[in-house]
Design a protein around this ligand. Structure first.
Ligand code: HEM
Length: 229
């Protein structure tokens, strides 16, 4: 089957969601780990942020690998949201009038929180880019280009911003839990092998859902407590 024809099927869309989700899982794990360098002070953190621009050197030139990574992330998030949206439309089209009696079975609950959580995360990423990457004055009035440590600390000293980040990473935790779980099912776990792998996959989903938000949230919390300043 051609790629475009496969994409039109719901399994094709789920596969696109799984692969693009995996790319983002890799990114958030590395990003969270990188952010922990904020605990080591401004020099270390800013060198790290600057070092990202030289990623892949000497094979890749200044900003090259970072630009490729940005394109891959952007394409992935667009495809991920697009597939989610069209799977949702397909499900609605298949059942246009809803259930006569609405039962909140587990699958419904999970897909509702995935859609809501996904929308929260998407809005957060846009806000986050305006806040710490682009430094839009309305969003971050104290932004200094080329000083990510300063931007991070002054950004989180504004309590509402820190709270937005903490809520967003908790939503990310829920999304990661169910997303990791679904991804493994889509990417080839047959019913027969399912039981054998259920426990390790659940454990991995839990691990991601706890470690990633905890690592991310530790930075704004540390700024609020004056540990990072
Ligand atoms: C407390 C949590 C977070 C902190 C402290 C944080 C910090 C940062 C900082 C300082 C930058 C700018 C780096 C620079 O331009 O030098 C950045 C960029 C970025 N962050 Fe976060 N981040 C957090 C959570 C997240 C989450 C949860 C996501 C995704 C779901 C995310 C996605 C991104 C993206 C896509 C960029 C742009 C990367 C680039 O184009 O270079 N961040 N983050």
């Amino acid at each position: 089957m051609q790629a475009a024809a496969l994409y039109r099927t719901s399994i094709g869309k789920k596969a696109v969601m799984a692969v693009t989700g995996l790319i983002w899982i890799g990114y958030v794990v590395m990003h969270m780990y990188g952010n922990l360098k904020a605990f080591q002070g401004p020099v270390y953190f800013n060198e790290y942020a600057e070092g990202l621009r030289e990623l892949g050197a000497p094979v890749f030139g200044h900003l090259h690998l970072l630009t490729i990574a940005r394109i891959v992330l952007l394409v992935s998030i667009v495809l991920h949201v697009w597939s989610a949206w069209s799977l949702y439309q397909q499900a609605r089209y298949a059942r246009p009038f809803g259930y006569a009696e609405r039962k909140v079975v587990q699958a419904n609950y999970a897909s509702l929180t995935m859609r809501l959580g996904g929308a929260v995360i998407l809005l957060f990423v846009i806000y986050h880019l305006m806040h710490l990457t682009w430094g839009i004055p309305f969003v971050h009035p104290d932004f200094v280009r080329g000083d990510p440590y300063h931007n991070l600390v002054t950004g989180f000293q504004f309590v509402p911003a820190a709270i937005v980040y903490i809520i967003a990473v908790i939503a990310l935790g829920f999304h990661l839990y169910h997303g990791t779980w679904s991804m493994f099912q889509t990417l080839g776990l047959s019913r027969r092998r399912y039981e054998q792998f259920e426990q390790p996959i659940r454990a991995l989903s839990w691990l991601l859902a706890i470690l990633v938000p905890a690592g991310f949230a530790s930075v704004p919390i540390a700024v609020l407590l004056g540990i990072i300043r």
